[in-house]
Design a protein around this ligand. Structure first.
Ligand code: AMP
Length: 280
């Protein structure tokens, strides 16, 4: 396995893979890898000749008051995990390599980026779309692997790939959870043991929404009310709890089709997101 920090070295390696007729599976991450990330790397390993994992804490997707500086970084540990999963390349550029001083170009996916998480994190999804577009050009991916954990991000990147004619396929993999149900996240490292126990209520509420919908409830307000009750019992501050169409991210006045139930919450000082989908 090789670790590249320069764009040229990464692009040359990708060019070499292409020349040899190898398919490239790509897993973009911000590092601090956990089993959620590893599930994507494993799937990429199964389905491609070559696997590239990027590790880049993308400044463009953090707001001025967010946790860019304290976001966990541990390239050595991450490299060990990628090696174990038989990745071929880690691409770990510096912020200056991706955004040189005269950088000017941004990708924004209209309509999908200013709802749900985008409402509370202005500019976040523009930062995400921009870095993924750049990485896709550099890495020359044939297959892009994303996690359902970041459901809105997956919808936005799929739209960008379609709208900008990136020649690749996007695969969205299921959410990997801890034993108590909490969705795995690099930010879980910020949580105390008590906060982790409290945070498990988020998934319990999401599961209850699925049960309610399967039991025939079609009014989203009824579902949301019950969910809020389950979450309120614990010491959690909800940022949003929304039931939307899983593709358009538009609110559903009555539940039908492919439904995304998504939430963001602060547990202590840590911001967590989670979601569940139901197909009717
Ligand atoms: P991040 O490092 O948080 O930017 O995540 C990199 C990729 O891993 C994204 O596509 C995420 O959706 C995915 N991911 C993060 N956590 C999980 C999880 N618990 N299960 C599945 N995929 C995940």
């Amino acid at each position: 396995m090789k670790i590249f920090t320069g764009i040229k070295a990464m692009a040359d390696a990708a060019e070499g893979f292409k020349r040899n007729g190898c398919s490239i599976g790509f897993v973009p991450t911000m590092g601090a890898l956990h089993d959620g990330h590893l599930s994507l790397i494993r799937r990429a390993r199964k389905e491609n000749d070559k696997v590239v994992v990027s590790i880049f804490v993308n400044p463009a997707q953090f707001g001025p008051k967010e946790d860019l500086n304290k976001y966990p970084r541990n390239l050595k540990r991450d490299a060990g995990l990628c090696l174990r999963e038989k990745a071929d390349i880690i691409f770990a550029p510096s912020p200056g390599e991706i955004y040189p001083r005269d950088y000017k170009t941004y990708v924004s996916v209209k309509g999908l980026s200013d709802v749900l998480c985008g409402k509370l994190r202005p500019g976040h999804f523009q930062g995400v779309a921009t870095v993924v577009a750049k990485l896709l050009h550099i890495v020359r991916a044939d297959m892009l692997y994303l996690g359902q954990k970041d459901a809105q991000q997956a919808v936005i990147i799929k739209k960008m790939v379609r709208d900008l004619n990136f020649p690749l396929k996007v695969k969205v993999m299921p959410i990997v959870r801890e034993a108590g149900g909490l969705a795995m996240s690099s930010r879980n490292a910020y949580l105390s043991a008590q906060e982790k126990r409290d945070a498990a209520a988020l998934y319990r509420a999401l599961k209850s929404s699925r049960e309610q919908i399967r039991a025939g409830i079609r009014d989203p307000l009824v579902v949301i009310k019950k969910m809020k009750g389950l979450i309120r019992k614990n010491n959690i501050k909800l940022e949003y709890l929304s039931i939307v169409d899983a593709d358009s991210l538009k609110p559903l006045p009555r539940l039908k089709g492919k439904i995304l139930i998504a939430l963001a919450a602060r547990v202590g000082r840590t911001r967590l997101i989670d979601n569940i989908t139901v197909n009717l």
